[in-house]
Every structure is written in C-alpha cells, then in structure tokens.
Design a protein around this ligand. Structure first.
Ligand code: ZN
Length: 615
C-alpha cells in the first residue's frame, strides 16, 4: 500500500479501536481520574504502574518504561510486527485494509458498508411504520420487547418486490445494492427486486459495529426458507462474523466468557434474560476464523446448543477450531429439541444458570455426549477423539490439564494418554535420552548470577519440549518455594534439558529467584525465559508451602518419567544379553531392573498419597 493510504488505514484502525477495551481484555484496569491503572503485563510487579489514558489513546508503564499506542500494545503483547498488529486490529474493528495496487478496493468496500447502513435504517423505519403491525405482532408473540429490539437494530423488510430498491434508488446505484446482496437481478435482466421481503431482519455487524449483512426470519406461515441470510459478499463473510458481538462486548469483559449459540433469536433472548455475553454463529458451525476472533477477545467459551443430533454435532465440530486457537471451552447441551430461546421462554433464566454451572469440559463432553439416541461412539472412539483434540492444544500447560482431566474422566492412566498424544503429536515428542549420558556429564553452569550471557547459545540449539520441565522451570524463576524445593531435591539435576539447567543454575547458587528487575532483564534477553513465563499461570501471593508442594509434585513426575525411560532401556539391553547368552551382563542388568522397579513402586506410592491427599 502506498504511504498515504497506509497512514489513513492506520488512523482509521486507531480511531475504531477503544484502547481501554483492548487493553482491558488482558489487564484488569481500574479507573483513576482521567486514566486507568493496572498491573503491567510486560513486567512482573505487585503494585500497578501501568496506565492507560483514553483521551490521548496511549498507554505507559512507569515500571518498565514501555508504552505507546494501540499498535505498540498489540506488538508487545502478541509479539508481532507492526503490519501484523495493524491487520489484527483492523480485523477486530471490521476494517478492510487497502492492498497494494488496489486503490479502488477500499472505496468499493465503503460503498457496500454504506449500502448496508442505509438498508438497516430503512428496515428500522419500516418496522416502526403502520404497515409493520404483523411484524411487530410476531416479535411480540415471541416475547421480545424494548430495549432489545433497538439494541439489536431489529427491522422489517416490507412485503412487495421493490420497497427497498425504490427507497434507496436515489442514494446508490442498483449494482452496488446488488453487490451488497440487498437486491437480486431479475432472470430476464430487466432490473432488480428486493432479496428480503416480509421478513424480520437482524443486521449482522463487524466487531466495530459496521453492518456487514442481514439475517431474515420469515413471519408468514409456509414462507420458505424460514431463515434467509445475505449471500456471501466482499464484506459479509459469515464465517468471520459473530452475531451480537458489538452488543456482547461489555458482558464478555465482565464475565471473561462468551456464550456461543447458533441463532439470532437465541442471542436476543439470552441478552434479554441477563446473559449479556451471548453471540451466535449466524446459523453455521463455528469456523477457525470465529475461533481466532474469540481468542483475540481473551474469553473462555461456553458452547450452548440444542441437545439433538445436529446440536451435538455442531458442538463437537466447534471444539477443533477453539482448542486450536487456544480457547478454553465448555459445552452445555439443552434437552433435545430445545434451543436457548425456547428453553428460556419455558424455564426462565434461573434453571439455565444452574445448568451452566455444570457445563461439561471437553473430556466430560466426549465421555457423555451422544449417548442418547443416534450415534453412540465406542469408548475407544471417544478416547481417540480426545487424543486428536489434545493434539490441537498448543499451550503445554493447558494440554496437560486437559490430559489429567481426561485420564480422570475415562479412568485411564495418564501415561497411556501421554503416549498416545506424543505418538501422534506434531514433532513435540519428548526426545529419548541418548544412552549413557549420566547427569554428571552435563556441562557446569556458568558461575555467579550473571544470566545475561551464556544462556543464549544453548537455548538456540533446541528449546525444551517437556511441558512438565517447562512449568517447573517457570515456577523456579518466579516462586521462592519452588526454588527451595528444587534445591532440596538435588538442584538442576532434576532437569533433562541442558538449556534449562544452565538457565536455573545461577539462581540455585544465589538461593533465591530473580528479582523483578533481574527477571525483566532476562526476559528481554532470553526468548526461553520469555516463553516459560508466558506459559505460566501467575498466582501472586501463593503461600510458600503450597508452592513447595506443587514443585515437589512436578519433580516427582519428572523422576517417574526418567525411571520409566531407564526401565525401557534396561529391558532392551536385557533382551540382547539373553539372546547373546551373556550371563554376567544379564545378572547385572537383572539387578538394575529390580532396582528401577522398586524405585518406581516407591515413587508411585508417594504420588498416590499426594493424590489422595489432594482429593
Ligand atoms: Zn511494565
């Protein structure tokens, strides 16, 4: 794009982005006079020095001196370049960025949005007119009233073939209205007719509130189809939009969750019943684009669908894109044949809220869903599906939590699931330890607490892949209790990965984890540190005892894993020794075999007590 349109785009996107809302999705902000304050997401701190000033559309941290506009925030928070940040925010605001050598494109898009805005105004006015009695009657009979009708811009497309065409004829050329999907060209080429006739209309807006298209509900008996959407146009791409998003933003921010259902009426009913964080997918299965949109809003998702076969399938299909996008998801299926609208009309908000409390996480959903009529997958098929889904989860900690939950729900050993996941993983498989590398052979860590040098090179070689090692390392860097426990358990020897050993050794020698400033410097210089800390659930104020106990649990798990690998190795060598008739070697290995097994049993009983204590 040339410089001028580039700057224009930047201005438009900045104007369309509410900086408090954007940052508020990540940082808990409190109003302080004309600005907002919160804990800086870019450095570790306990008292807020991070401020957002909406008047000037800027943010600044007095602790780490980072700051800038909305683009700078996204670049820092998402670790992306400026063009990527621009694209992310443009997507979020529903602004189409001009592309190089396509000077006319921007204008064409504006025309379509303008056509939709004019149509929305026309349909709104029609809905209020005398001739709309039936439409208002229909809406009232479904129990909808103000302020929801206004809030969702509900309109009416009059009967007849050319009401909209006539009304907008002087404002925009017919071919623009046709391109916007509002008019349809007659078969004989003699002009156009209205696409929507005698229907209640629900405008579908982009994230920033620009109207992209419409969904229309027939109100006359026998009018088919019951629901008619705008066709796909350059601005109406159903798979990238969520109905109700602009209205639901505030509710999502408050609850940290988005309720996703399928229909327009469901969304309006949910809002009217106090579930103001509801959106819908315009009648289709959830797409990867919609999942990424939800991920960018930093919300959990509750899929709320009809419990009939179609609903179960839709919920099931939504899991892949959501887990892939890193969204935490639960599922609530209503009794067969009930959608959120009909359920709420019959039962009211209370019973729905109760059911939401017990919405199913992914493993439970897979274990329980579709056990009624119709498809009833075998246990094996369900577990395979879980493994497939686990492989979509990028975040190691979330994956591990789901895995642990899956093993509980299905009554399977975690190790079985881990093996299945690693077997089909995407190269995340934990590398087998090369035979004969004793812990003592690991290079000595750099002396002194000087983490700025030395750690870089070894990080580059290969980043640690074991999620348990990564989590433990992250905790050791941020929790005194975890560091103390690591020292008590033998120090860096607990880690297999050389880079992690090197990173942690100086702090073990220091006897305390890095202080805020030191941690900041490490994060600036070491991508590994940065990665470890972003993966971590930070729980400020955790008691040292709790921290020690959790770290000990992680260390025991690592030890268990190492012993299992060792046992596997001994077994291989034993078999070779037996084949070769090498009796002395066989005797040594047999003793080692018993020894490893004894240690594993001891460890298992320790882990067992831990689990039963926790339960
Ligand atoms: Zn800061």
């Amino acid at each position: 794009m040339n410089q001028r349109t580039g700057e224009e785009a930047r201005e438009r996107v900045r104007d369309a982005t509410d900086i408090v809302q954007l940052i508020g999705e990540r940082v808990q902000l409190r109003r302080a006079g004309r600005s907002y304050k919160g804990l800086c997401p870019f450095h570790t701190e306990k008292t807020p020095s991070f401020t957002v000033t909406p008047d000037r559309q800027i943010w600044h941290c007095f602790g780490c001196s980072k700051g800038g506009d909305v683009f700078a925030f996204v670049m820092e928070a998402e670790k992306v370049t400026f063009p990527e940040a621009l694209r992310l925010l443009a997507d979020r605001a529903g602004i189409e960025l001009p592309k190089q050598d396509r000077g006319g494109r921007d204008e064409a898009f504006d025309k379509l949005y303008q056509a939709n805005a004019l149509a929305r105004d026309f349909y709104r006015a029609s809905f209020a007119s005398d001739s709309a009695k039936k439409a208002r009657g229909y809406v009232a009979s479904r129990g909808f009233e103000e302020p929801w009708l206004s809030r969702f811009d509900v309109g009416w497309a009059p009967e007849g073939w050319d009401a909209l065409g006539k009304a907008l004829a002087k404002l925009l050329p017919a071919d623009v209205l046709e391109q916007a999907g509002l008019l349809v060209r007659r078969g004989d080429g003699s002009g156009h007719y209205d696409r929507f006739r005698n229907r209640v209309l629900f405008p579908v807006a982009t994230g920033s509130g620009t109207i992209a298209g419409f969904g229309g509900r027939a109100i006359a008996e026998g009018d088919e189809p019951k629901y008619l959407n705008s066709p796909e146009t350059p601005v109406f791409r159903k798979g990238r939009l969520l109905y109700g998003l602009t209205v639901a933003r505030a509710g999502m921010r408050e609850t940290g969750e988005a309720i996703v259902s399928e229909g327009y009426l469901d969304v309006m009913r949910l809002h009217a019943c106090g579930f103001t964080n509801a959106v819908s997918t315009c009648g289709t299965a959830l797409t990867p684009d919609q999942a990424r949109l939800l991920a960018r809003l930093h919300v959990r998702v509750l899929l709320l669908y009809d419990g009939d076969d179609a609903g179960v399938r839709a919920a099931e299909r939504g899991l892949d894109p959501l887990l892939e996008a890193g969204v935490d998801v639960r599922v609530l299926l209503l009794p067969g044949g009930e959608d959120p609208d009909s359920f709420l009309r019959q039962e009211g908000a209370g019973p729905l809220r109760e059911r939401m409390e017990s919405a199913l996480d992914v493993p439970s959903f897979l274990a329980e869903a579709a056990t009624g009529a119709g498809a009833n997958p075998t246990l094996e098929a369900r577990v395979r599906r879980l493994v497939q889904l686990l492989n979509r989860v990028q975040d190691p900690i979330r994956r591990r939590l789901l895995l642990r939950r899956g093993s509980d729900v299905f009554g399977l050993e975690e190790s079985v699931l881990i093996e299945a996941v690693q077997g089909k993983g995407r190269g995340r498989r934990v590398m087998a330890k090369p035979a004969g590398v004793a812990p003592a052979a690991v290079p000595a860590a750099p002396s002194g607490a000087a983490p700025e040098t030395g750690s870089g090179a070894s990080e580059e070689e290969s980043s640690p892949t074991d999620p348990v090692e990564r989590e433990l390392a992250g905790r050791v860097l941020t929790e005194e209790g975890a560091l103390a426990e690591l020292i008590a358990q033998g120090g860096v020897i607990c880690f297999q990965h050389g880079g992690l050993r090197q990173l942690l050794q100086p702090w073990i020698e220091e006897g305390h984890p890095p202080r805020d400033e030191e941690l900041e410097r490490m994060m600036a210089q070491s991508p590994l540190t940065r990665a470890l800390l972003t993966e971590l659930f930070l729980e400020p104020g955790k008691a040292v005892e709790v921290s020690r106990r959790e770290a000990r649990d992680l260390i025991l798990r690592l030890e268990e894993r190492r012993l299992r690998a060792r046992r596997h190795e001994v077994r291989e060598r034993l078999m070779t020794a037996e084949k070769n008739g090498d009796d002395p070697l066989r005797a040594t290995l047999s003793a080692e075999w018993d020894d490893v097994n004894a240690k594993l049993r001891e460890l298992a009983s320790k882990l067992e007590t831990k689990r039963s204590q926790a339960a």
